[in-house]
Write a protein that binds this ligand. Structure first.
Ligand SMILES: [Zn+2]
Length: 342
């Protein structure tokens, strides 16, 4: 069970201050006592390995916790996932003893919204071993760990797509087609489709777009936004996972945006492609339609938000950059003219 414990400690790690791993132990500021108030660099909470299990202790408040209790206290939802994963692992290990008589332990309790059939047969990234190629891919893109339960993995993507939408996917696919799957969930928490992005090499169709109902029209992230607040509209699905209250529409389709969001409180954040005539025109079009647009400042060189994150810009700073470079109307037009290189 050690690797599962390790995995969940790492999943929690983005909420733990000064988190480091050294010699097989984890060290961070104790969230139970808050550690030293005066010295922000003090970190006296430890997960130490003992008899193949991790155990928490703090040298400041002297509290002890099992991994179970630590997770339960700090993130009850993650704890539920953890418990089920441990049960599942246990049942797999014991299958040889119990044979087929052991009832199937439910996999992760997928949120109701993700319960549609095509996704039920897939595993979430949060359920995969850290060495799995899809887990490595998602970690490699620095997708926040608390969102890994919303991303799925499929070994033979095209085959899977064909199974559920045979009228759309009619080809015979040779060989494996590993993909990560991003469910398209509406504001009503129902899943209307999915985007399956290839993580293999040399693939003709990098994205497979599945729609088993037409509600969202391939808009990603409608389940996670508050329309009363400012909403950011991006091109890339991954990009939208870094900035709160964002959706992604793939290639920009303003009719689609209009269908889901009012113009006033919507910011269009296109990729940073000042040399692309198409992108520049799309931005101008957005301004004409009454949207606010983000015009990237010239010191940003990366092409999209995910690349900016990977280059070391923290998500919080990126949000500030977007907000301070958001314009509308004439001001937006002038900013676009200064930004474009065509
Ligand atoms: Zn403590």
């Amino acid at each position: 069970m050690e690797w599962i414990q390790r995995k969940y400690i790492l999943l929690l790690s983005n909420t733990l201050e000064r988190f480091t791993e050294r010699n097989g132990a984890f060290n961070f500021r104790c969230p139970l006592c808050g550690d030293s108030k005066k010295n922000k660099s003090k970190a006296r909470g430890y997960f130490l390995k003992r008899n193949g299990k991790y155990h928490y202790m703090c040298h400041n408040c002297e509290e002890n916790r099992t991994v179970d209790n630590f997770l339960k206290e700090l993130n009850p939802m993650l704890f539920q996932e953890y418990k089920l994963e441990v049960m599942k692992e246990f049942s797999q290990q014991n299958n040889t003893i119990f044979g087929d008589s052991l009832p199937d332990v439910p996999v992760i309790p997928k949120p109701v919204m993700l319960g549609s059939k095509p996704l039920k047969e897939l595993k979430a990234i949060s359920q995969l071993h850290q060495d799995h190629k899809a887990a490595k891919y998602i970690w490699g893109r620095a997708i926040p760990a608390n969102l890994h339960y919303k991303i799925f993995y499929v070994e033979n993507g095209y085959e899977w797509a064909r199974k559920w939408l045979p009228e759309k996917f009619t080809l015979e696919w040779k060989g494996k087609d590993p993909r990560v799957v991003l469910p398209l969930v509406g504001a009503d928490n129902k899943c209307y489709g999915a985007i399956a992005r290839s993580i293999g090499a040399n693939v003709n169709q990098r994205y497979l777009k599945l729609n088993w109902a037409n509600e969202t029209g391939f808009v990603y992230g409608l389940d996670a936004i508050d329309k009363e607040d400012k909403v950011y509209v991006m091109e890339g699905q991954f990009d939208s996972l870094f900035i709160p209250n964002s959706i992604a529409v793939g290639s920009m389709a303003f009719d689609l945006v209009k269908q889901h969001l009012p113009e006033e409180n919507t910011v269009i954040v296109l990729d940073n492609e000042p040399r692309s005539k198409f992108t520049v025109n799309q931005m101008k079009k957005a301004v004409d339609k009454g949207y606010k647009v983000c015009v990237w400042p010239s010191h940003i060189k990366e092409k999209d938000i995910n690349d900016m994150i990977l280059s070391g810009i923290p998500a919080h700073d990126l949000k500030v950059i977007i907000d301070t470079n958001t314009h509308s109307g004439l001001k937006a037009k002038l900013a676009i003219s200064a930004w474009q290189i065509i």
